[in-house]
Design a protein around this ligand. Structure first.
Ligand code: ZN
Ligand code: FE
Length: 259
């Protein structure tokens, strides 16, 4: 349902080399989730600074830089850990397993769950429609996408297709600050994309000032992220795969792996 009072307050915590952990706080109930807590201590500090009590962990996938803080945070707070059903055996401390088509309520704020395999076989994304917020882990990055460790280009293209279909004003809360190097690569795919060139300049300015580029909007991604644009004839021609979005996506992903 659409309850304006259930809009999330979101805080971004930079951890490790380039990870982001998010706190998502639903003010009406006080429910507070840590999304992909790579490590525990910075999360504990951020909670204390806000005066929030941790009630949930939302994991997108099993990698340690997304789940490494699970057990310490659960032990300290008794929080409920939510994660992908398809990977429940690999999520430390998981209490609630969710998958495609499920909804999960963080207090009064409802998330819709998408299965988005490709980076890992059990990767999920959480879309809080009323907050226009998407927590997509390592599936979609600003100007990039996750490496295909456990999935095929076809799976990842289908996964990204689910995210592409969300409203363009959706804010993309991805789990890594990779945007500047992604922009350098994207410009090699679409050197004549004026929106991309302008965005790359804004990104350089943000990073020069030590500021995060994340979140961005899905609308910006649709206009500038080559991994979302493999269905466009110009990119397909360039990849030598006219009419074939999956082959075009695979070719771009392969080039990025070696960039
Ligand atoms: Zn990962
Ligand atoms: Fe990661």
């Amino acid at each position: 349902g659409s309850d304006p009072m259930a809009t999330l307050v979101i805080r971004q915590i930079p951890v490790l080399r380039d990870n982001y952990v998010y706190l998502a706080h639903e003010p009406q109930s006080g429910a507070t989730a840590a999304v992909d807590p790579a490590v525990a201590p910075p999360v504990v500090d951020a909670l204390a600074a806000e005066g929030w009590r941790l009630t949930h962990i939302l994991n997108t996938h099993h990698h340690n830089d997304h789940t490494g803080g699970n057990l310490a945070l659960k032990q300290a707070t008794g929080c409920t850990i939510v994660g992908p059903r398809a990977d429940r055996d690999r999520i430390p401390g998981i209490d609630v397993a969710v998958g495609e088509g499920d909804t999960y309520k963080l207090g009064q704020a409802e998330a819709r769950i998408f299965d988005v395999p490709g980076h890992t076989r059990g990767h999920i994304a959480y879309w809080f429609q009323d907050s226009a917020a998407l927590f997509c882990g390592d599936t979609l990055f600003l100007l990039g996408c996750g490496r295909l460790f456990e999935g095929t280009p076809e799976q990842m293209w289908r996964s990204l297709g689910k995210l592409k279909a969300l409203p363009p004003e959706t804010r993309v809360y991805c789990a890594h600050e990779y945007t500047q190097s992604n922009a350098r690569f994207a410009l090699t795919v679409e050197p004549r994309n004026a929106d991309l060139a302008a965005r790359a300049k804004r990104i350089d300015a943000l990073r020069a000032g030590g500021k995060p580029t994340v979140p961005g909007t899905l609308g910006e991604e649709l206009a500038t992220n080559p991994f979302l644009r493999a269905d466009l004839p110009a990119l397909q021609e360039e990849a030598g795969a006219p009419g074939d979005a999956v082959a075009t996506f695979a070719a771009i992903r392969h080039r990025k792996d070696n960039f």
